[in-house]
Design a protein around this ligand. Structure first.
Ligand code: UDP
Length: 361
């Protein structure tokens, strides 16, 4: 069987790495999958792409489509044009897309129009928030995909409720957690650790990049200010490139918030694993903190990963600054739930995916 794997942006790389590793380590003369890796070029900054290939030992992509940044439509359109050319030249049995970025949706549309089957890893999750570009990517991808590898029973139900038959849904667990568990032995201290004199559990980590938190300068400033005033300990803030422009324009001078460049995967995991807590609007970080048992304050009104709240260590803080301040004081007082690990988030999702793909052969 020939498959084409799509990856384009930072949160995709940890999802494809274990799948490639599993394919390469289980291929035999009698049962093998050959894969072609397409990097769409949606993220091109070395700190958001190259370093992940190195640290996660992902083989060089077969092609980079060089899509680059732009508006939602510009980027999606560029990926579609380039991937259509590539897929016509390199036909495949199955296109495998992961996550919820523009590349996920763009390549799904292209593949289906070329009558190629599509499997969606992390299919079925929903925030039901149509103001999020990712939710539109999820819905469009899942309306077209043929097979779904899911991370939760809620995702299975979401798919079934839209008429997807059970035989196309495979509840396999979470490949992002495969990467997390495999790499825990390799995590490394980032430079900011020594520079700021950080110690276990004496600091927080902050990540923000969703339009709802960082695009309105006033709102972003109020958020950073509230965190700076109530954290009571250093707050390491690896600033996403899409957040940087606005961060540089803030008129406040934070005392405790320490901005840094985006960290490498191994550095980032080191930092969150040893933190007192994490404040975020990222999808992946909600999952990672749940598995690491680290308190997570999510600055959003909803989550497509509800099990991180019902089972894990995550809490939805929403947009109310007072709720954020109260939650931070609970966190500092050690009043936080301990949480458990969601079903099948056991580091073996890629193993299940590859064995199912081999049966499809
Ligand atoms: N991450 C990283 N370095 C950073 C910030 C995040 O390696 O400085 C990783 C982290 O493992 C996380 C993932 O990138 O799970 C999340 O990416 P992002 O927030 O861009 O995407 P989202 O999860 O919101 O889709």
């Amino acid at each position: 069987m020939k498959i084409t794997l799509i990856a384009g942006a930072r949160p995709n790389f940890m999802k494809i790495a274990p799948i490639i590793k599993e394919i390469l380590s289980t291929n035999t003369e009698h049962s093998s999958i050959s894969y072609r890796l397409v990097h769409t070029g949606q993220h091109y900054d070395d700190k958001l792409s190259k370093v992940f290939f190195e640290e996660l030992e992902i083989p060089e992509p077969d092609v980079n489509l060089g899509a680059g940044s732009g508006s939602q439509a510009e980027q999606t359109a560029r990926i579609m044009v380039e991937f259509e050319r590539d897929l016509i030249k390199n036909p495949t049995d199955l296109v495998v897309v992961v996550g919820d970025v523009n590349s996920t949706m763009a390549c799904t549309i292209v593949a289906k129009k070329l009558n190629t089957k599509v499997a969606h890893v992390e299919g079925g999750i929903r925030s039901w928030d149509m103001t999020m570009p990712e939710e539109i990517n999820r819905m469009a991808t899942d309306a077209l995909a043929d097979y779904f590898f899911t991370t939760s029973r809620v995702a299975n139900d979401n798919l079934k409720n839209t008429g997807v038959s059970e035989d196309r849904i495979f509840f396999v667990g979470n490949t992002m957690i495969d990467s997390l568990l495999t790499n825990l032995v390799k995590i490394k201290r980032p430079e900011v650790w020594e520079k700021q004199g950080l110690k276990n559990e004496n600091y927080l980590v902050l990540t923000l990049h969703r339009p709802s938190n960082v695009d309105d300068l006033n709102k972003f400033e109020n958020l950073v200010n509230a965190i700076d005033e109530s954290a009571g300990m250093p707050v390491v803030f690896p600033v996403h490139p899409r957040t940087k422009k606005n961060y540089d324009q803030l008129s406040i001078k934070p005392r405790l918030v320490v901005p840094t460049d985006p960290l490498s995967y191994l550095e980032f995991i080191y930092l969150i694993k040893n933190a007192k807590g994490v404040i975020t609007d990222s999808g992946g970080v909600q999952e990672e903190t749940t598995v690491l048992g680290i308190p997570c304050l999510t600055l959003r009104n909803n989550t497509e990963r509800p099990e991180t709240v019902t089972i894990g260590t995550n809490e939805m803080i929403g947009e109310d600054i007072e709720v954020l301040k109260n939650s931070l004081s609970n966190l500092k007082a050690g009043k936080w739930k301990t949480g458990e690990i969601p079903e099948l988030w056991d580091g073996r999702a890629a193993e299940r995916i590859v064995s199912i793909l081999k049966e499809m052969n």
